[in-house]
Design a protein around this ligand. Sequence first.
Ligand SMILES: [Zn+2]
Length: 241
Amino acid sequence: MPGSLKTEAIVLRGIRYGEADRILHLYTPDRGRVSAIAKGVRRAKSRFGGRLEPFFRLNLVLYQGKSDLLTVTSAETIAGHPRLREHGAAIDGAARACDAVSRLFGDGEPHAGVYHLLANQLALIDREPAQATRANALAFRLKLLLAAGFLPELSECARCGRPPGGGSVRFSSAAGGVICGECGAGDGFSLDEPARSFMATALSAPLKDGPEAPRPALSQVERAVSGTLEYHAHVRLRSVA
Ligand SMILES: [Zn+2]
């Protein structure tokens, strides 16, 4: 039904279109990912100024006509995240976060929790660009797995349900988490205690208090996260290294 829609949104991505327009991929709390065209936005005197750029959090009015593509009719900045844009690692962290949300949550899948998680992540690395570390990117992905319902089992064997024992366990994306020595022979890969404990802490702590871990542990965490995403969501994300 044609009409106007008011919503908050985060700009995930912008694609040049025609002479002066841009197609935006937006993430909204109530409608999930939507696409909208911003007409004339690339002209020097555009009334949108520089607001419709990736990582902006905005209050938007969108016009919905007959097509799926909405039209931006007004935009007001909630957070432009200017500091984030001055640091290469922070820009990269923000881009990876937006890309992960875009690929994991398709059109028409509203998820207010994911919206707020992304807003928190962008605010965090804008406030402290040095927080855009590999550990932070992995903590964010783990929280996305949780939101998407693909959280791996970490505290008991995903096959038999018994405690997997201390020290090194194995991790199997197919089984859906850690597996004990008896169930795990020949399956998955070795997940050492620092990696398992990083995952557990990252899931329970706010992003700003996320854990750190030595490089080899982070590599194991990334392997577990990537394997889970590929196996269960059929999504392959760029490495956070
Ligand atoms: Zn077992």
